[in-house]
Design a protein around this ligand. Sequence first.
Ligand code: MTE
Length: 313
Amino acid sequence: MPAFKPPFIPSSEITPKGLYLGRRHFMAGAGAIGLAGIAPPALAALNAKKTDYVVGDTITPKEDATTYNNFYEFGTGKGDPAAYSGDFKPFPWKIKVDGMVAKPMEFDVEELIATLPLEERVYRFRCVEAWSMVLPWTGFMLSDLLQKVEPLGSAKYVDFRTAVRPDQMPGVNYPILEWPYREGLRLDEAMHPLTLMAVGIYGDKLPNQNGAPIRLVLPWKYGFKSIKSIETITLTDTQPQTSWNMAAANEYGFYSNVNPERDHPRWSQASERVLGTGGGFFGGGDRRDTEMFNGYGEQVASLYAGMDLIENY
Ligand code: MTE
């Protein structure tokens, strides 16, 4: 993997314009982060360290990021996950990491959070539906978790699956997608330092609708790759199936890197609506031009050197 250059605006260089919220949040993140709600006393004392991973735009209001969601296990409407995830119990939670590894393991998520270095990172998040947000996540690098299980040389891909709980997730009682929701990455994408396992947002634990207790966040890929409420992670030598590719292969490929030059068959990907800047569920607000790899090209473009990214969408 190429040497990683801190991409974004180091905290020391943050200018006031448009960054007030980000900076303020940053400072809060430097102290005890509000993960206390997770429960065990051990977690209450956790600190999320300051990070250089900060994108320099105004942070999306929490109200928008927690009420306008895609989480089909709770329904297909944007308001459904907030409305219908109240019965979902994210703790206690076990996450299994197995497959082509020397040491397959099952982790209790609360214990895992206590043992891995947490960071707060402000990432731009671009949905395939051509809207975007800027969100402060708390999490750890997926690479830190994968190193614990010691991937074998034969492992080439990582397969992720969400829990299926018909009694707590009303949407899985309907054949909207083939459950469990599943996603996949190449192993080098999974090991990339930008690849975050998020356990918190806005300095607090993840609300159910945002993927409690643990989810992926992949800032250079369309939002659907950022799988929520992960239960199993399996290393494999074959390219995993992914939910959206299974549902509509001509629309959603395996890579799903943000690419303004490759339109979705039914709409343009050249620009995006900035969530939280006015308008409502049906549009409006500010627009911005979509950037290749969602602006993270300096960090990730080398992962795809020599690949045709129109073909490999
Ligand atoms: N993960 C699961 N398990 N189920 C889903 O329906 N939706 C995806 C992704 N992860 C989804 C999921 C899509 S389409 C997007 S855009 C993001 O979650 C939305 O994350 P957010 O609601 O926290 O913004």
